[in-house]
Each structure stands twice: as C-alpha cells, then as structure tokens.
Design a protein around this ligand. Sequence first.
Ligand code: DGL
Length: 357
Amino acid sequence: MNTRLTQLAAGVLATVFSVAAQPAREPRLPNVAILATGGTIAGTGATSTTTVGYKAATLGVDALIAAVPELARVAHVSGEQVFQIASENMTPGHWLQLARRVNELLARDDVDGVAITHGTDTLEETAYFLDLVVKRSKPVVLVGAMRPSTSLSADGPMNLYNAVALAASPDAAGRGVMVCMNDQINAARDVTKTNTATLDTFRAPELGPLGVMESGHPTFYRTTTRLHTSATEFDIGPIQELPKVGIVLAYAGSGRVAIDAMVAAGVRGIVHAGTGNGSLSTDAKAALVEARSKGIVVVRASRVPGGTVARNGEADDDALDFVAADNLSPQKARVLLTLALTRTADTHEIQGMFRRY
Ligand code: DGL
C-alpha cells in the first residue's frame, strides 16, 4: 500500500515540476486586419509644414503600416487597400463594398478585429453605416488624420497605433463601431467632425466619448444605449444598390426649390435639415407634403448641431406622416433612413427604428 502511495506522490510531484519548468506561453497576439480607403492619413504635402493644400489618398496601406513598427507590439496586422480616395468622394456604393469586406473578415476565426483608415470628411457617415450593418461584435475601428503623413507632428501614426490597439482589445468587443482619433474613443452613432482643421475635431459634443486611449490601452466610461452590429436588423447581403436619400438644408428664404429637385431626381427619402427644432417653412412644408403624397419618406432633422427633433413638436408629424430624426444629425439620419428603406416604407416602423438605433 505504502509503495503505491509513494508512486502516486512521485507522479504528482513530477507533473508539478514539469509544468513549472515549462516556459510561460506568451499569449497569442490578436490578428487585426487594416483596411485602407485613402484620406489625409494617407496624404502627402509639398513640405513638412504643409497642413492644407496637400494631396490626400497617396500612400498605400503597406506604407502606413511600415511607418508604425510599434503595431507589432499590439497585433499581427494585415493590410488591404480597399479604395484610395479622398472621403468627399465616398458613396453608398463604397459603403456596401467596404461593409461586405468587413463582414467577410470578421467571420474568419483568424481575424480578431478590423481597423479602417479613412478620410475625415465623411468618416462619421461610413462609421455609422458600418455600425448598422456589421454582423459581429468583434471590434471595428475607423481612424483618420487631420495632418498629412509628411507633416511635422503628423497625427496619423499615433492614431493608427491606437486604432489597431483598440481593435486588438477584447474589451472593445460588443461596443459597436468606434472612431479612434486624438486618444479618444467615440461611438459611430454619436461622433461628428466638429472642426475643419484641428486634431481634436472628432467629438460627441453632448454625449461625450465612450472612453480614452492611454499608452495603447483603452479605458471605457460609458456604453451606447442604441442597437448596433450584432443586434442589427439590417442585412446588406441581397442589396445591390441602396435606396437614394437626399438631404435638404433649410435657411432663410430656402423655399421649395431643393426639395422639388430631390423629388425630380427620384429619391425615395428626404431628410430635411430644418432650422431650430426641425421647423418647416410654409413653402418647404407644402413641398414635403407633395413629396410624401408620391411615397417619398420624409424625416425632419435639424441643422442645429445639438439637441433632439421632437416628434409632433414644430410640425404635426402624425398628421403629415413624417418621421422625426431624434438626436441624429442630418447626415446620420440619412444613413439610417437609407437602410430603413431597404426594409420598409412604413413611417411608423421607420420612426421605431429612429428610436432603436
Ligand atoms: N479630403 C479629405 C478627406 O479625404 C481630407 C480630410 C482628411 O482626410 O482628414 O476626407
């Protein structure tokens, strides 16, 4: 009996020492796919002090990655040049192509997150579109720069490092598509470009950032309350072309010309960026009622950067059969209405979507 116990004890000790002797296995670095689309982050200027008048979308994704060797500390990165354009030239067709590629990559077990380099002019629109159509909860992070790669203190390299570090972070999963620039982490739904030139331009003025990046590590302080990514009802799979939706800006004396032009152009939805709380001038209201009678869905938004457009506030939306934009900017309301129209033209269902997403 003693011999048996001695043998057992020896076996246990041998196992313990053999495990202890093995070198600790380094945790696997996450795999992050970098999708490049152009913009200032890939821009080049004539001199190191050129911060306007440079050429956007000139450096390829390999050059962007090579400029930040520190990426290897946080992830195994792969690079793919999806487009090479200034983002003022982005279209819903580009959104569809990019979203399909993101969903393909996220479906792979060997991809842990995606970082997308993008021009800043329309970055917030692409980010919100992806927020509404990406099907997985793995991190998707958009990043740009306000200074070209050739400039003194270019912000692109650190922005790219932070974006990849965020996309590699397990803590970033399930938080929706994010925008990571200037050490801040913003929600795709809330963020907007607030300044034409400064490095801190991307903000969520009323709701604030989701969190911050410090030495490549994310700290989160809040989560969004709206549906996104894996909870989305929108499916771009069968879609070849997104419904056309236009935005009309209201101003003193704007009348109905732009609205009538949108109707003539064959849009299926119009976002009216009204004054104040989404107010409609007499002429605009008449034109929008006519548009609605032709089956065009009308969303009342506001040109005012903050606040919410209240349903049945400045207009009787129930009677007019219009939709109120909640607190979405006109450009974000257009993204949501575009996708809503792939599901329904029922304004009550669409108003529900503006309350959920
Ligand atoms: N042409 C603008 C764009 O590509 C440059 C602005 C930028 O990327 O920061 O969005």
